[in-house]
Design a protein around this ligand. Structure first.
Ligand SMILES: Nc1ncnc2c1ncn2[C@@H]1O[C@H](COP(=O)(O)OP(=O)(O)OP(=O)(O)O)[C@@H](O)[C@H]1O
Ligand SMILES: [Mg+2]
Length: 266
C-alpha cells in the first residue's frame, strides 16, 4: 500500500468531543447598591460561563462582590442590567413564584453559618425540603439517609445541631442541599467557620458531588486552602473576573476548553 495512503487511513480525524452547555451564565451582569447617598457599583458588566460536573471556586478580596454574584446567578437577587441564566433559563423572566419553584427544584445552598433548625434532628433537617417537593415520609426518609451516607453522617442521624461539631453541622447542611439532587449547588464560604481538617472534608465532599452527580458546584471563598481542590478558579476583583484558571493536577472536565494551569497562572 502506498505509505501516504496508509498514513491517511490512520490519521482519520478523531470524533469531535461532545459540546457541553454551560449550566450558569452571566452576560454583562451589573449590580449596584445604595450606601447612604452613594451608589456603589458592585458588579460591572461581568460575563462568565460555568459548567456542570465541576467545582468552580470564586475567590477574591472581601467586598469584591463574590456573594452578590452568587445571589444573582441563583436568582436570590435581580441584576440591574445584563442576564443571569441558570440551566438555560433567563432568571429575570421568571416571576417570584416561578423563581421560588426553580430554586426549590434545581438548586441547593450551603452557607458559612450552616442555617440548621435547632429543634430538628439531622435526618429531619435533610428531609424537610423534600417534603416541600411533595415526597411522602417514607421516600424522604430513604433519600435523607442516602444523602447522610454520602457525607458520612448516618451515625449522627438522630443528633440535634447543639450536639454536633461545626464540621458535622456543615456536612448535614450539605446533605440537606444534596438530598434534592439539585443540578446546581451554591456554597458561600462553606469552610470559613471550620478548622483545616474539617474544611478539607467539606471541600472533598463538594468536589465528590460535582464529579459523581454531574452537579454544578459554585463555591465562593477566600480560603486559600480550597484553591488546589477546585477544577476552576475565578479570581474576582472590582466587580469583574480578573483571572480564570485551572489549578494543576485536575484534568479538564470540559472538552476542548483552554484554561490556564496553575503554573501559567503563577
Ligand atoms: N443589600 C446590600 N445593600 C447595600 N450594600 C450591599 C448589599 N449587599 C452587598 N453590598 C455591598 O456590596 C459589596 C460587595 O458585597 P459582597 O457581599 O458581594 O462581597 P463579598 O466579596 O462576598 O465579600 P466577603 O468576602 O466579605 O463576603 C460590599 O461593599 C457590600 O457592602
Ligand atoms: Mg461574601
Amino acid at each position: 500500500m502506498n505509505p501516504a495512503m496508509r498514513n491517511t487511513m490512520h490519521s482519520a480525524p478523531a470524533p469531535a468531543a461532545p459540546k457541553r452547555e454551560p449550566s450558569l451564565q452571566a452576560e454583562r451582569l451589573s449590580k449596584s447598591f445604595l450606601s447612604g447617598v452613594v451608589r456603589v457599583q458592585v458588579l460591572q458588566e461581568l460575563s462568565i460561563s460555568i459548567y456542570p460536573a465541576e467545582l468552580t471556586l470564586i475567590s477574591g478580596p472581601s467586598g469584591c462582590g463574590k456573594s452578590t454574584l452568587l445571589s444573582l446567578l441563583s436568582g436570590l437577587q435581580p441584576a440591574d442590567s445584563g442576564t443571569a441564566r441558570a440551566l438555560g433559563e433567563d432568571l429575570s423572566k421568571l416571576n417570584k413564584r416561578a423563581l421560588e419553584r426553580f430554586r426549590l427544584k434545581h438548586t441547593g445552598f450551603v452557607f458559612q453559618g450552616f442555617n440548621l433548625f435547632p429543634a430538628l434532628t439531622a435526618k429531619e433537617q435533610v428531609q424537610l425540603p423534600l417534603g416541600y417537593l411533595g415526597f411522602d415520609d417514607k421516600r424522604s426518609a430513604a433519600r435523607a439517609m442516602q444523602a447522610l451516607t454520602e457525607v458520612g453522617m448516618t451515625h449522627r442521624a438522630n443528633a440535634y445541631p447543639a450536639q454536633m461539631s461545626g464540621g458535622e453541622k456543615q456536612r448535614i447542611a450539605i446533605a440537606r442541599a444534596l438530598a434534592k439532587e439539585p443540578e446546581l449547588l451554591f456554597a458561600d464560604e462553606p469552610t470559613s467557620a471550620l478548622d483545616a481538617d474539617n474544611g478539607q472534608k467539606i471541600i472533598d465532599i463538594l468536589h465528590g458531588i460535582a464529579r459523581s452527580h454531574g452537579t454544578t458546584v459554585l463555591c465562593v471563598s477566600h480560603d486559600p486552602r480550597l484553591v488546589r481542590h477546585a477544577d476552576r478558579v475565578l479570581a474576582m476583583e472590582d466587580g469583574t473576573i480578573r483571572n480564570d484558571w485551572q489549578p494543576s493536577g485536575h484534568a479538564p472536565v470540559r472538552p476542548g476548553r483552554a484554561a490556564l494551569t496553575a503554573e501559567q497562572h503563577s
